[in-house]
Design a protein around this ligand. Structure first.
Ligand code: PYC
Length: 316
């Protein structure tokens, strides 16, 4: 029987499963190389941890590993129901809260090594976590798409640790009772981007789609709906998506250092974002909180034909 020790948490409603022990040996190279090794040699492990019957399409996994940089509290590789994430905002907040819960870190400033680069993270006495994300930027402004059933809409292509298409002029109601329509529209956006060969830098696929609208909360600046790569939607305001959004706002002169952007999610939870400029680069910080929901040992029984998880049904 293979045993994998995990700690589950949620960040603003979006779940993270941190693999504390029992993970594959990915060697000691840079995290980006270890991610490739994970993908090529141990992908069934990813599926076993996050997919049904142990997980769900919304679950993001976080494999803790030895960092290369001695001043990092841990290395971490994020993964989901269909693949891997360079960075994950809600997941990083979940990892920091989990390390605090385990007593591995104390309140204060720390660093996490990810395949997208090292990110600074502060665990506050209140339990809130602030992640200083990777440099974020807009790649393309006002990209126009013609969508069957939705007509013409435009959006920005931006990087916030993952690639995003961010759209404000969709005309849809961002309500929890309108999820089917939001999923349908965002899937169609993703398919259209793919069909038209519209990508991020280096031909990277745009696999996260964010719709924006005025907030429902009085303390928020905007509400969003974010389609994740595997067909689920982010319950949190999406840390990397909020970073990408902030980069676009800064590029448009609508936001800057010293200001706070309050991003409401589709379920009404909130992240606060700020940005600083470093030699012309936009460095967003995301503040949120996570709560540990379970400590568990996953069991992979060699007799179980579904021990490595079920393939998710959704595809773009
Ligand atoms: O918070 O960055 C994020 C994220 C990406 C996918 C799900 N959550």
């Amino acid at each position: 029987m293979k045993r994998i020790r995990v700690i589950d948490s949620h960040t603003a409603g979006e779940p993270t499963r941190v693999v504390v022990s029992g993970g594959p040996d990915l060697g000691a190279g840079p995290l980006a190389e270890r991610l490739l090794c994970f993908r090529e040699r141990f992908d069934p492990f990813r599926s076993a941890v996050v997919n049904e019957p142990r997980g769900s399409d919304t679950l993001v996994g976080a494999l803790l590993c030895e960092p290369c940089e001695a001043d990092c509290a841990t290395g971490v590789i994020f993964f989901n129901n269909v693949g891997y994430l360079g960075m994950c905002g809600h997941g990083a907040i979940g990892v920091v809260s989990t390390l605090g819960y385990l007593g591995r870190i104390r309140p204060g400033r720390h660093r996490l090594e990810t395949p997208a680069g090292a990110v600074a993270a502060s665990l506050q006495e209140s339990g809130d976590v602030v992640i200083e994300n990777v440099a974020s930027y807009r790649w393309a402004k006002g990209v126009a798409l013609e969508l069957e059933g939705y007509g013409r809409l435009t959006g920005d292509v931006a990087w916030g640790g993952n690639w995003f298409f961010l759209c404000e002029d969709h005309g849809l109601r961002l309500g929890e009772d309108n999820i089917d329509c939001l999923l349908d529209c965002t899937w169609k956006i993703r398919r259209e981007l793919r069909n038209r060969g519209i990508t991020g830098k280096g031909r990277r696929e745009i696999d996260h789609i964010g719709l924006y609208a005025p907030p429902q909360r009085t303390d928020a600046d905007a509400r969003n709906f974010v389609l994740c790569p595997g067909g689920s939607y982010d319950r949190s305001p999406c840390g990397t998506g909020t970073s990408a959004k902030v980069a676009c706002l800064v590029a448009d002169g609508r936001f800057g250092p010293g200001q706070t952007w309050r991003q409401e999610s589709i379920i009404g939870s909130l992240f606060e974002a700020t940005a600083r400029l470093d030699q012309g680069r936009i460095i967003p910080s995301i503040k949120g909180s996570a709560f540990v929901t379970a400590e568990a040992t996953l069991l992979l029984d060699p007799r179980d034909p579904m021990r490595m998880g079920l393939k998710p049904v959704a595809s773009p």
